[in-house]
Design a protein around this ligand. Structure first.
Ligand code: SF4
Ligand code: SF4
Length: 376
């Protein structure tokens, strides 16, 4: 197992962290037997970082983690948990939720405690409910070792969040396709310049970088037929020196075994391998169907169509062929009555689009595509 030094905190974490947000399911609940087997296997092979959150699996993740970790010496692993600020309605909720989390996971302290999914709105909640003051007190009491935040918003909000506190660490979404998405690589550089250790989430973009169409997969397979497609994404992010933990939300024993293989005798990408990833990236981008930049100038549509989201799902499926993700996103659009089927071709949006996209035609095309691929 590859370990990384967190010089700022004087500790060493396994580069692979076990993310407990996608445990295997059985009859709609977490398959506890299989989940334990998977985490046990990971720990046996050197993983020492376990990551959960209050709302993962509707609150069940923390309870399953409790059952798993009770067999291990508390000092032998690092446990990360997260505070959902969107559930805070008054100041006292911070301590109430925190104590509930200690109880649910059966520990006396969290090694890594994060403010969950910080964005512009949550920055305001953090200030309003004096969250950081309370976390500082918990740290002084020994109930939290390190305070950090996980992040989902744009670069400007990220800078604001970083400047808010003397953070011990930070968790960001980063993978080779998202270098300009959210805080992107620029955010990684900001953290590195400030010597803040980085934890990575979504290194394989929610599974999208684990499987491509055969035309793209062959580019990786020709180079190394035994390496899984997802191992390229994990090695890309692990090649960044200030990345200290890469979280993988493993759902099957095969995922765990494959990841352990990638992180045992871990090899950072060499120059020609990075070039290969750049070629894959260009090829993926060339598969996009609509040049939509998500600027939203065309919105709102009087008939309720969520134009950029429809195009995003269309483009993403053309690139990654991730049926599960596309179906889930389309069903969300259906629930809120925002699908492309609502388009009456009134042409109102067309002149507003700086990319000169023939929006109604492209929406129609996407509709046919979704049906052809059985996504609707
Ligand atoms: S053309 Fe379609 S998407 Fe555009 S505004 Fe009219 S109904 Fe909405
Ligand atoms: S205006 Fe054009 S580029 Fe912008 S979100 Fe709408 S379709 Fe996409």
């Amino acid at each position: 197992m590859e370990y990384r030094n967190l010089e700022k905190l004087s500790i060493k974490t396994s580069l692979l962290g076990f993310g407990c947000m996608r445990f295997p399911l059985k009859d709609g609940k977490i398959d506890r037997y299989l989940s334990k087997k998977m985490v046990d296997y990971a720990i046996k092979n050197g993983v020492n970082y376990i990551d959960t959150a209050y709302f993962y699996h509707n609150g069940e993740s923390e309870l399953v983690v409790k059952e798993i970790i009770k067999d291990y010496d508390r000092e032998s692993f690092y446990l990360a948990d997260k505070l959902p600020t969107w559930m805070i309605k008054e100041e006292s909720d911070v301590l109430r939720i925190f104590n509930d989390q200690l109880d649910k996971t059966g520990v006396d302290y969290f090694d890594f405690y994060l403010i969950h999914a910080v964005n512009k709105t949550r920055l305001e909640e953090i200030k309003k409910y004096k969250v950081l003051e309370k976390l500082k007190q918990l740290k002084l009491q020994g109930k939290i070792r390190y305070i950090g935040f996980s992040f989902h918003d744009n670069l400007d909000v990220f800078k604001e969040a970083v400047n808010l506190f003397d953070w011990d660490f930070c968790q960001i979404q980063l993978n080779y396709m998202d270098t300009n998405h959210q805080q992107g690589l620029e955010g990684y550089d900001i953290l590195t310049n400030r010597e803040i250790p980085v934890i990575i989430m979504e290194p394989i973009k929610g599974g999208s970088l684990a499987k491509f169409n055969p035309e793209i997969e062959i580019m990786f397979n020709d180079y190394n037929p035994t390496a899984s497609i997802s191992s390229w994404a994990l090695r890309w992010v692990g090649s960044l020196p200030n990345v200290k933990v890469i979280l993988s939300g493993m759902s099957t024993m095969e995922h765990v075994i494959d990841n352990i293989q990638t992180f045992t005798n871990f090899k950072p990408l060499e120059k020609h391998e990075l070039e290969l990833i750049d070629s894959v990236k260009s090829k993926l981008i060339s598969l996009t169907k609509v040049d939509c930049t998500d600027c939203k100038y065309c919105m709102p549509c009087e008939y309720g169509v969520n134009i950029p989201t429809n195009f995003k799902i269309y483009n993403q499926h053309a690139m990654y062929e991730n049926d599960k993700s596309a179906k889930w996103q389309l069903s969300n659009l259906e629930k809120s009555n925002q699908t492309s089927e609502n388009c009456v071709e009134c042409q109102e949006c067309v002149s507003k689009c700086p990319q000169n996209i023939d929006i109604p035609t492209k929406l129609k095309e996407s509709e046919e595509y979704f049906k052809e691929y059985g996504l609707k």
